[in-house]
Design a protein. Structure first.
Length: 282
């Protein structure tokens, strides 16, 4: 792998964006994120287009179907295909959700792993298997969830246990913290402060849907709201400024509108960075 450095502000690359982005790839996007599952099976034009991007830009990957908490055996063949994809495109990091999406079949939803010591041990073992195969640290993302079956510990305790015992790194999703804090009634800033600064590689920020005052649905289909921007600023103040990516998975506006929203991330990064001691600056 080449020695690329992740910094600044990123954007998720979706296939439906390609016609608008090529051949003039925006230089204001510091890094891009792709889901391996959306590209591995494809050849021809799509692979050529992806090569155009990865040959000139920094890339991370954010998976959809690793199912790290599944009771089923780890899909070794799939993990090896991800490893090949990462190597071929010189992709910096592979991140996934701290959840599961398969059992006796595959689902299209991210299901909550029970917050138990037994589940921690199960996930930790599987994380180590994945890291051995991909020959990189795995990044795990804190996820939104709407029920907590078999809960013996808090989300915070569970997340920290997995991160610390597996040796993996973290993708910090600020919107998910906000959504969960509303849905499950906890202090988002306290959750933020408990996360290990040294493990945070990059962050996500996105919009969500207001089902009710006490129920928010993580959709990635709307603009980021002001309380989430404020929580992002707080995350930088606590952990130092880290690379942050704007997620937009549907209701995707024109690229110029996305770039404007990305610049809000950059503005907050610059504001906080200018106020922090030198060792905390990105």
């Amino acid at each position: 792998m080449t020695n690329k450095h992740l910094s600044g502000v990123g954007l998720g690359l979706r296939r439906e964006m390609l016609d608008e982005l090529l051949p003039d790839i925006p230089t204001s996007v510091d890094f891009w994120e792709v889901a391996p599952e959306n590209w591995i099976p494809l050849g021809g034009k799509y692979q050529k287009n992806l090569n155009q991007f990865t040959s000139v830009g920094n890339f991370v990957s954010h998976g959809l179907s690793l199912s790290i908490g599944s009771p089923e055996p780890l899909d070794i063949k799939f993990v090896k295909s991800v490893k090949t994809f990462l190597d071929r495109h010189q992709i910096l990091y592979y991140s996934e959700h701290l959840s599961y999406c398969s059992g006796q079949g595959h689902m299209y939803d991210l299901m909550p792993i029970p917050f138990t010591e037994e589940a921690v041990k199960h996930v930790v073992e599987r994380v180590k298997q994945v890291q051995d195969i991909i020959e990189r640290p795995l990044l795990l993302e804190n996820v939104s969830y709407y029920a907590a079956p078999g809960q013996d510990m808090s989300e915070q305790e569970f997340t920290l246990s997995v991160l610390n015992e597996s040796g993996c790194l973290m993708l910090l999703d600020v919107n998910n913290i906000y959504v969960n804090s509303i849905n499950h009634g906890y202090d988002p800033e306290a959750f933020l402060a408990a996360m290990p600064s040294g493990k945070i590689v990059y962050g996500h920020i996105a919009g969500h849907y207001d089902e009710a005052d006490d129920l928010k649905i993580d959709t990635h289909g709307a603009d980021v709201i002001e309380p989430v921007w404020q929580l992002l600023k707080k995350a930088y103040e606590i952990h130092g400024v880290f690379p942050t990516l704007l997620e937009r998975d549907f209701n995707i506006p024109p690229i110029n509108e996305l770039l404007v929203e990305m610049e809000k991330i950059r503005t907050i990064q610059q504001q906080v960075s200018s106020q922090q001691p030198k060792q905390f600056r990105a």
